[in-house]
Ligand binder design. Structure first.
Ligand code: CTP
Ligand code: MG
Length: 245
């Protein structure tokens, strides 16, 4: 088992609706290069990663140019034009596309294109913590803020500023999930297929594994590995990326 290889799979087929830019947020320039390029460069620089696959939408008109200006990525990254309608489907399409290249026991590290603050050290930390694990796991951070649940005035916008507190939620044993999320190929594939039948949409890979009754391991991540989601996240991401080592 310990001889299993490590592959990266980057879902990058979203539109970035909450960012509100005219083009998908993964192509937003940050500290001199596109958000997605930061992620691909980091995986390419990590010797523990055998190869990286990036899933973009079939209509993506940006990635070809990005790959042209980054010749060092040519042998380290393969682009799959097979994005789905959700992150869940983009990851599953990617797994199906690479199924004949991986063994069932190879590890897949699924990482959001929208987390450019990932470092080689964090990837190595995750692999070190999980390479012998029976289930797999994810980077995550213990929640430090006091949590409030608000009254839901509008089902479509439950997090609108100005709504009032319904209750304070205990943060004991709560973690904020990050990526990469690292599982063996066959387990992750089975989990994502069986989660297609679930009533609730799944927003990460670990939750699909949890639905099989398994308990992914939590491995401490870093605040710099946050998900760039809203316009105000851009300045913070640039700050972290300019200082990135
Ligand atoms: N993603 C994907 N396919 C989709 C939707 C999302 O591959 N159909 C990817 C995004 O490109 C991103 C990651 O999943 O790398 C996390 O998603 P998120 O941060 O929500 O990005 P978007 O879905 O693009 O943003 P929004 O939800 O604001 O539209
Ligand atoms: Mg989304």
């Amino acid at each position: 088992m310990t001889s299993s290889r490590n592959f990266a799979l980057i879902p990058a087929a979203g539109v970035g609706a909450r960012m509100g830019t005219a083009f998908p947020k993964q192509y937003l320039p940050l500290a001199g290069k596109a958000m997605l390029r930061h992620v691909l460069d980091t995986f390419a620089a990590c010797s523990a990663i055998t190869h990286t696959f990036v899933v973009v939408s079939a209509e993506d008109g940006y990635i070809a140019d990005m790959m042209t200006i980054a010749p060092a990525l040519k042998d380290r990254v393969t682009v799959l034009y097979q994005g789905g309608e959700s992150r869940h489907l983009s990851v599953l399409n990617g797994l199906k596309a690479i199924g004949n290249l991986l063994t069932n026991d190879d590890w897949v590290l699924v990482h959001d294109a929208a987390r450019p603050g990932l470092t080689v050290a964090l990837i190595e930390h995750l692999i070190d913590a999980l390479h012998d694990d029976a289930v797999g796991g994810l980077l995550a951070l213990p929640v430090v803020d006091t949590l409030k649940r608000s009254e839901v005035l509008d089902d479509r916008k439950p997090d609108t500023t100005g709504t009032r507190v319904r209750e304070t939620v205990s943060r004991t044993a709560l973690w904020a999930a990050q990526t990469p999320q690292m599982f063996r190929y066959a387990l992750l594939h089975r989990a994502l297929v069986s989660a297609l039948d679930g009533a609730k949409p799944i927003t990460d890979d670990a939750s699909a594994v949890e639905m099989l009754g398994l308990q992914p391991k939590l491995v401490e991540g870093s605040p710099s590995n946050f998900k760039v989601t809203l316009p105000h996240d851009v300045a913070l991401a640039e700050m972290f990326l300019r200082g990135k080592v």
